[in-house]
Design a protein around this ligand. Structure first.
Ligand SMILES: Nc1ncnc2c1ncn2[C@@H]1O[C@H](COP(=O)(O)OP(=O)(O)OP(=O)(O)O)[C@@H](O)[C@H]1O
Ligand SMILES: [Mg+2]
Length: 502
């Protein structure tokens, strides 16, 4: 083995009740982009948190250029040039500080020797770090006012600023638009040319084939292998990842579409939503397509009573519901799996059980008495149903892997008896095997004659899953299409403001 670069040997990690990693070997050479992949809960983030000093390994050794390292905390890792950009973007930044302060945070803590803080210098250097990324985010803005993708960029800016030699990106592209992803890949190319080794985690396998040279696959906390990307295809990698072949991603649902159950007339409101008309029939999956920022999330929020409506009507089964709050929307038969689940969809410090049964709590109560055993039974069923990987239902959601946290947010609504289910990018950060499971669950909802609204920027999901699609552009509906009569080109054209084909 070449002693240049990074090597992790026989790494194990035991959490109470979980052997998250079992004797993993992992190596990354200087100047290569190395993919780390595996299903949700396979141990990717844990391995990288050990490398970056967030967790201290139970056993194993870490070497850089042949020299053994003792990494006990994030500072030890940074001193050795190892910088991680976390999967949980919102936990890694301090919301009430500015972009500049966040970028310079470690510098302020460790290197600022004098009591005098030169804010001009800090701003200047932060700006330079952002410029290197070709980004024009005002460094004086508060982080709390940034979008998810802007926060992501700030984190990457911070890593670039810290002159990382080993840059770990844990699902960096999940919240990014196509253009932002391309921009990130350009940046990765740049840092790679400077000899930096980039460790890249993603559930979007096509991205991995675009930018990575080598690929390490984990399954259930064990190493499957380390491969040259040139010898692999998406299919061979999926098989290694899941331990089985994936037959079909999108289930065939052959359901007779019934009458109108949900109708939206001339709705306008916060987030730039302007005069939207749409409807959903019983047993129908209706897609909301559009690029990142087209207004899909804003529309979902508006329909769900989570943002302010200026005008327009919303009806279920012909009855006006006009929800002013999410609680009212739920009572009227709506459910929403929101996009920013960690912020809006789940309470991370609470258990899976609490989270899973929260929206449907009434079902388990008889007057003031909660039926504990029913709650337990139902949450165990949810865990089973959506395939959440966890030791038991009492585990706090914060202890689950990123993708499994998402599944909790989805599971808690799937078991509710809403009439219309709205999903906002539900498969973001979810592995390819679990994606297929989620599509199946959605198929199950329409089989029960529910209505489904499915918002996504992935055209493949629109084409594979939905019956009909509304394409959004600039806060309004640019087109309504029958899915089987459309294609990616047409979706893209309407999504970018283009018109009907002549
Ligand atoms: N702090 C913790 N306490 C207890 N268990 C944990 C903790 N962090 C992770 N785990 C467990 O370790 C296992 C591996 O989790 P990890 O987050 O590394 O998965 P992952 O491969 O990154 O998955 P994803 O694709 O969903 O992000 C999971 O079973 C998870 O529940
Ligand atoms: Mg992870």
């Amino acid at each position: 083995m070449d002693s240049k670069g990074l090597m992790m040997k026989g790494i194990s990690m035991i959490f109470p009740g979980v052997k998250a990693l079992d004797g993993i070997d992992f190596s990354a050479k200087k100047g290569e982009v190395h993919a780390l992949i595996g299903a949700n809960g396979a141990g990717k983030s844990t391995l990288m948190k050990i490398l970056s000093g967030v967790y201290v390994k139970t056993s194993g050794e870490i070497f850089i250029n042949g020299q053994k390292l003792d990494i006990q905390n994030p500072m030890d890792a940074k001193k050795n040039g190892i910088v991680i950009v976390y999967q949980e973007v919102d936990t890694a930044l301090i919301p009430y500080l500015t972009v500049a302060e966040n970028i310079m945070m470690d510098y302020l803590i460790t290197e600022q020797k004098s009591l005098f803080i030169d804010w001009r210098k800090i701003q200047g250097e932060a700006k330079e770090a952002m410029n290197k990324l070709g980004l024009d985010i005002d460094v004086n803005r508060l982080v709390s006012n940034l979008t998810l993708s802007e926060k992501q960029m700030v984190l990457i800016g911070r890593a670039v600023f810290h002159k990382a030699e080993y840059l770990i990106l844990d699902e960096p592209t999940a919240p990014l638009s196509v253009e932002e992803t391309d921009k990130l890949f350009e940046i990765i190319e740049k840092v790679k040319k400077r000899g930096v080794s980039v460790i890249f985690i993603s559930h979007r396998l096509d991205e991995i084939f675009k930018i990575c040279e080598r690929i390490t696959v984990l399954r259930d906390g064990k190493l499957v292998g380390d491969y040259d990307i040139k010898t692999e295809t998406i299919d061979t990698i999926v098989e290694k990842m899941l331990g089985r072949k994936l037959e079909s991603t999108f289930p065939k649902h052959d359901i007779k579409v019934g009458g109108k159950i949900f109708e939206v007339r001339h709705i306008s409101g916060d987030g730039g939503i302007n005069d939207v008309n749409m409807h959903v029939n019983a047993g129908e999956i209706v897609g909301i397509s559009g690029l990142v920022g087209a207004g899909k999330t804003e529309l979902m929020k508006l329909l769900f009573g989570a943002s302010k409506r200026y005008e327009g009507e919303v009806a279920i089964h012909g009855n006006m519901i006009a929800p002013k709050t999410p609680a009212a929307a739920v009572r009227k038969g709506l459910a929403l799996v929101p996009e920013e689940r960690r912020r809006e969809g789940i309470i991370v410090q609470e258990s899976i059980e609490t989270n899973a049964t929260l929206p449907t709590l009434k079902k388990y109560c008889n007057g003031a008495f909660m039926n504990r055993s029913l709650i337990k039974k139902s949450s165990c069923e949810t865990i089973e149903l959506v395939g959440i990987k966890a030791p038991n239902e009492k585990v706090p959601v914060s202890k689950l892997s990123g993708g499994n946290q998402q599944k909790v947010a989805i599971g808690k609504w799937i078991i509710s008896d809403a009439e219309v289910f709205m999903f906002d990018e539900p498969t973001k950060g979810v592995d390819i095997g679990s994606k297929a499971e989620i599509y199946k669950l959605i198929g199950g909802l329409v089989a029960k004659e529910k209505g489904v609204i499915y918002a996504t920027c992935e055209f493949s999901e629109i084409l594979g899953l939905t019956d009909r699609v509304y394409v959004m552009y600039n806060g309004t509906i640019a087109a309504e299409l029958i899915t089987k009569n459309t294609n990616e080109e047409e979706l893209l054209r309407y999504s970018t403001g283009g018109g009907r084909d002549e």
